[in-house]
Ligand binder design. Structure first.
Ligand code: NAD
Length: 360
């Protein structure tokens, strides 16, 4: 008897049918054999303005993983811009490859050319694996780029401003939980001490918090530990630490079924995008455990606020002042979550979605 293999529908529709596609306007696949560039640009929404979001270079295990990442990230950018009151849409790009081995100036320039073909619908900036020098290469091919070096009239690395916003969100969460926003003596574990994480460690140690640091890069652990007197915690031991605040500042989805069995913190507040592996399931699980979760797309918006300012004649003081508003917005969201009995993620998302819908 002949057996017909039936391919599941989801495998036949990996693009528009991708669970992360949710409302995307445009997805662009960029391929250049000469430089080896393989990139995907996701434009989730241009309702509030041009889609602005960084470019990430990462060694994905496969193309579907890269696609899912860019789609989830670009959607997050729409809501990040919206809740921050910026007239920007949401977009993001990923370059598939190992930033430490595969990245060349030619590859970045070629990427810049692709960005240029979108005529300003998408504006790029730095993200994981990409630095201001790379943005300089992109800038040589297109004007639709932010986060370029200060020497070229740009706003430079947005990470310190992102870290400041995360710090504001963390203090607001502390105020909500403990009735004081003083972090002195609080135990904070920072996972990922890269551009943002290191700056966050600086704010925290300056205030007298007891800071633990965690990273996969041993050199960084030694350097940051030495500079700020932070204690190192290796591997996934971070999830078992007796801590007040868990600050995910590496990659997303670290708040999931496995880690939630172990996390004993009172607050989750960090820079990483898409911290909840599943927004609904883990948003609810966090709430049920009595943990205050400061929505990532709200508190990590400082960098976006900073590059937005670059588009309108950069003013660092004003960017920092606007970033400080993250404190009040976080408090407002935490209260809304409690009064309406919804997760903090949902409370923030509904405000962001409403602003986009009203604009439409
Ligand atoms: P980065 O690449 O400078 O730093 C990331 C750090 O995380 C690195 O030191 C890396 O070694 C470490 N890391 C990677 N995997 C890890 C793991 N499994 N466990 C522990 N550490 C690990 O990136 P960044 O610019 O500091 O951004 C950090 C996070 O914040 C990212 O998720 C990024 O998307 C998000 N974010 C950054 C900005 C910004 O302004 N840079 C803005 C908003 C959101």
């Amino acid at each position: 008897m002949e057996v017909t293999q039936v391919t599941p529908m989801k495998d036949l529709n990996p693009l528009f049918g991708n669970e992360a596609f949710m409302g995307h306007e445009q997805v662009v696949f960029c391929n250049d054999e000469e430089t080896g560039l393989k990139a995907i640009i996701g434009i989730h929404s241009t309702t509030l303005g041009p889609a602005l979001g960084g470019t990430r270079m990462w060694k994905y295990n496969n193309e579907m993983e890269a696609l899912r990442d860019v789609l989830r990230l670009s959607r997050g950018m729409t809501f990040k811009a919206s809740i921050s009151g910026l007239n920007l849409g949401g977009g993001k790009a990923v370059i598939i490859g190992d930033a430490s081995k595969d990245k060349t100036d030619d590859l970045m320039r070629r990427f810049g050319k692709f960005v240029d073909t979108l005529g300003g619908n998408y504006i790029t900036a730095e993200d994981v694996g990409i630095n201001t020098h790379d943005m300089e290469m992109v800038k040589s091919q297109t004007d639709h780029v932010t986060g370029i070096p200060e020497s070229m009239g740009g706003s430079g690395d947005p990470s310190p401003v992102t870290a400041y916003g995360v710090y504001m969100g963390m203090k607001a969460s502390a105020m909500y939980k403990w009735g004081t926003d003083k972090l002195e003596g609080k135990v904070v574990a920072v996972q990922g001490i890269g551009h943002v994480g290191e700056n966050l460690v600086k704010h925290l140690t300056e205030e007298g918090a007891k800071v633990y640091i965690n990273d996969i890069n041993e050199d960084r652990l030694q350097t940051v530990s030495k500079e700020f007197g932070a204690e190192i915690i290796y591997g996934d031991g971070i999830y078992d630490l007796d801590m007040d605040i868990y600050a995910p500042c590496a990659l997303g989805a670290t708040v999931n079924d496995v880690t939630l069995q172990r996390l004993k913190c009172a607050i989750i507040s960090g820079a990483a995008n898409n911290q909840l592996a599943d927004e609904q399931i883990h948003g609810k699980a966090v709430m049920e455990k009595g943990i205050i979760y400061a929505p990532d797309f709200l508190i990590n918006a400082g960098g976006l606020i900073n590059v937005y300012s670059e588009l309108h004649g950069y003013n660092r003081d004003e960017a920092l002042r606007k970033t400080e508003n993250i404190y009040d917005t976080t408090l407002q969201i935490l209260k809304k979550s409690e009064t309406e009995g919804v997760t903090t993620h949902q409370a923030a998302l509904s405000i962001a979605q409403k602003r986009v819908a009203d604009h439409k």
